[in-house]
Design a protein around this ligand. Structure first.
Ligand code: PNS
Length: 172
């Protein structure tokens, strides 16, 4: 017998840095949106971390790229993910798993979050094979050296990357 997750869990949180959003992230968002009533994609703004894109830029990228998904909301958080999840009264975190190399970090994070709140589950969606190599860092490196990332990120993000690296080059 199959369990229809739609009937048991209505809302999930998909947290991440999204610096920048990739097609791999988008694939996870679309698949989560298909299975759950509401998906909150939440952008981490860690004050101690340096991002290529500001919080607002990362939020804008997400908003532009998921506008076709009516049950997806974009939000942001800082501090502990579990505090944010509790605040939202949500009980499920979604993360994408690309390869075995992701597993150790993701598993530790899931266990730590479960220790902090045993009611919250982490659900892993395995990345589509065509995106298993893809990461925000890789995209930044390729784009920074002038490479073509058009098959790796949404159009809006590609433009934002071009703008960012051109501006940097011109010292703006
Ligand atoms: O896209 P990323 O950078 O892989 O996302 C990592 C993220 C945001 C999910 C993780 O770093 C996180 O949850 N940070 C918030 C701080 C926190 O709760 N840390 C402890 C996790 S056990």
């Amino acid at each position: 017998m199959f369990i229809d997750l739609k009937e048991t869990i209505l809302e999930v949180i998909y947290p991440g840095s999204f610096d920048p959003l990739t097609n791999g992230h988008l694939d996870i968002i679309e698949r989560a949106a298909d299975k759950f009533e509401r998906v909150i994609v939440s952008v981490l703004n860690n004050q101690k971390k340096t991002y290529l894109f500001s919080l607002q830029e990362r939020i804008d990228m997400l908003k532009k790229s998921v506008s076709h998904l009516k049950n997806v909301e974009i939000d942001n958080f800082d501090g502990l993910l579990i505090d944010y999840v509790n605040e939202k009264k949500c009980c499920m975190i979604i993360r994408g798993l690309r390869a075995v190399s992701d597993f150790e970090y993701e598993m530790l994070m899931a266990i730590a979050n479960k220790k902090l709140n045993p009611c919250v589950e982490t659900l892993f969606l395995v990345s589509a094979s065509e995106y298993s190599f893809l990461s925000s860092s890789l995209v930044k490196e390729i784009s920074g050296f002038g490479g073509d990332v058009s098959s790796m990120v949404p159009k809006y993000v590609e433009k934002a990357l071009n703008k960012k690296f051109r501006e940097e080059k011109n010292g703006k």
